[in-house]
Design a protein around this ligand. Sequence first.
Ligand code: PLP
Length: 422
Amino acid sequence: MHFENTLSFARSMDKNDPLKKYRNRFHIPKYKGKNTIYFTGNSLGLQPKSTKKYIQQELDDWAKLGVEGHFHAKNPWMPYHEKFAKLIAGIVGAKPHEVVVMNQLTINLHLLMVSFYKPTKKRYKIICEAKAFPSDQYALQSQVRFHGLDPQKAIIEIAPRKGEHAIRHEDILKAIEKHKDSLNMVLMGGVNYYSGQVLNMKEITKAAHDAGACAGFDLAHAVGNISLELHKWNTDFACWCSYKYLNSGPGGVGGIYIHERFSKDSSLQRFAGWWGSKKETRFSMPEVFEAIPTAEGWQMSNAPILSMAAHKAALDIFHEAGFKNLIAKSKIMTGYLFFLLKEIQKKQPGLIEIITPFNEKEHGCQVSLLMLKNGRSVFNRLQNKGVISDWREPNVIRIAPVPLYNTYEDIYKFYQILMQEK
Ligand SMILES: *Cc1c(COP(=O)(O)O)cnc(C)c1O
């Protein structure tokens, strides 16, 4: 792809963008009366203009129908979550009965570990990435302690090599091999929240299985950002949140994937609730739990309809735009961002180091910049010019142009502001 570092080039890319109409389907936050350059879709995706209407529908039905809404709302609440199976399956590369939308991310991570982390005297170790998102670290440590084990001994963290920022794939495979006799589970972020690195989930799954362990992924930064093929990769389980790239609102409902080979596996423990029990008998309230023989069998509580309405509004846009089209645009956009950042490195040596891998298979839309000087003041200046980016201690700025609502012009303007650094 041929890129140019001019505003007119960026504008012509926007003009010829087949997905350009989707930007107008979102509310773009304003700063000093002007649209911001919003680069934090990796943290909280923007609100679709249609979200209000979707939520209003459920509020109206609740007002009109009360409890009857469970069956007689325009979108009956009882089976509301079922609407998501196909939409989400297409985004994570699963069969519809392998996914369900429920709860939130950290809770789901715990519930999945109840089923999949079954340490024995011999096999009790978990391999994860060093400096995982704190919530994941806390979840892992507390699960290990829950089983009476010592996190120091049970959790094996894989870190980038000294002087590097991305984890080498071969180092993950080596660690799996090294610990294969005591390994119980590999659980990693599919896309690292800090560096933006995409892991080779297919090969990690295979290596974990070869070692006799299971493999699961936290897809918080992957879902809606990169293409996933969880079923084909034979991944055992995964979970995600919906408020980052999926634009479903702060604290929005999360989701899980469980490979179909486990749906009827009664040897798996799970924490059960009525929403996971067989629909035919749910309301006759049998005393013995009988699970729905799909991922739905992991549900516990009845569905948070208002949050799900926001999720539906957002996923309908994904579906309309076509996830493959979005990924294709995302690759070009991030390619353009890399191109401009490299221009900065040429003209402003010593200002930034790009810590996100450049190889297209190893990044999604997020690019993380290690600020080599004046980090905080550059960040503040960006903010003052209406660029919403994100600062991570000690000195990283994360930028995530997302294909649904960002423009090439956004990326170019960001570049211009960085270039002005003295
Ligand atoms: C965003 C994020 C979380 C947040 O967890 P919640 O339970 O949704 O609050 C957890 N883990 C990772 C890797 C994340 O990126």
